[in-house]
Design a binder for this molecule. Structure first.
Ligand SMILES: O=C(O)CCC(=O)C(=O)O
Length: 298
């Protein structure tokens, strides 16, 4: 082998080797450039990143979700138990963290954009809104003790839009204050009446919205009130990653792993059984219950 070809091999292998100084060329998070995001509000702190997900990533999340969708639930403010409500009429499902390389790559990108650890994130929730479906104004931080037991408060939300929506389906912040430089911005006539009640983001396939539910001093930010406006034409798929102040993966006092041992657990948890029947559902450290994962205690 000539000196010339040996040199070429060395240069090529250096380029493709992650030597600790640069990210691997196949790492999806290396394509994230946080400075590409645009601030849409200061109160709450909210940013939009256009083209955050590729078409392949959007299609992948939709195809994982499609056959698993169930009517969405909300958490009761006092007990924390999950219940069905007219406040939220979409259907949804959760995709286990790191389920496959594409999901894991999306989670790496979220961590790179938000500068928040991957382990602080919940499983991704995929939502589908059909005609007329919506999520009324609400906060993502919890006010009950059950839901902050794991990972503490939700501090930030990344909402990824997986489809374009012809009309409606915007995410709106009714209590937000626009940044001063946006005050003269012309209202988008394309926005639904619901969206015109505040600062709104129109769902566009691949775009992502990041907003913070806590102030920098970790107290709840009431400006983070937000809603999913009714879909007026078309269909909306979105994917949500909620990020906590602390690790959501740490299993406190767990010796038997974090799993449900009955495939009805998710449904029972949605019906409030974690609170109504804690001995069976949650159990104790010595005698773990049947649905610890769905009850979010591990
Ligand atoms: O779909 C939306 O635009 C809002 C969703 C949302 O608020 C949530 O999942 O917490």
């Amino acid at each position: 082998m000539s000196i010339r070809s040996s040199l070429l091999i060395v240069v090529v292998s250096l380029f493709f080797t992650n030597n600790g100084c640069s990210a691997s060329y196949s790492d999806p998070s290396s394509n994230v450039n946080p400075s590409k995001s645009r601030q849409i509000s200061w109160k709450p702190r909210a940013f939009v990143y256009e083209g955050f997900l590729t078409d392949e990533e959007c299609d992948h999340l939709i195809s994982l979700a499609k056959s698993e969708l169930k009517r969405s639930a909300v958490a009761d403010n006092l007990s924390g138990e999950s219940k069905l409500s007219e406040v939220r009429t979409s259907s949804g499902m959760f995709i286990r963290k790191g389920k496959d390389p594409i999901v894991s790559g999306i989670e790496d990108k979220i961590a790179a954009w938000t500068f928040l650890p991957k382990e602080n994130g919940e499983d991704i929730q995929v939502l589908r809104y059909e005609h007329g479906q919506k999520y009324d104004p609400h906060y993502d931080y919890f006010t009950d003790k059950v839901n902050i037991a794991r990972g503490g408060h939700r501090m930030a939300t990344v909402l990824m839009y997986l489809t374009d929506v012809e009309k409606g389906g915007e995410t709106v912040f009714p209590s937000a204050e626009e940044p001063p430089r946006h005050r003269t911005a012309v209202k988008d006539d394309d926005l639904s009446a619901c969206a015109q009640k505040g600062i709104a983001v129109k769902p566009r396939r691949g775009d992502a919205l990041l907003f913070f539910s806590l102030h920098p001093n970790a107290t709840p930010d009431q400006g983070s009130l937000h809603a999913g406006c009714p879909v007026l034409e078309g269909e909306k798929f979105s994917a949500t990653k909620w990020i906590h102040v602390d690790s959501f993966d740490t299993i406190v006092g767990d010796h038997g792993g974090c799993a449900d041992s009955n495939d009805q657990c998710e449904r029972w948890a949605a019906l409030g059984e974690c609170t109504k029947n804690p001995e069976y559902m949650v159990g104790t450290t010595d005698l773990p219950g049947t649905c610890r994962r769905s009850c979010k205690v591990c």
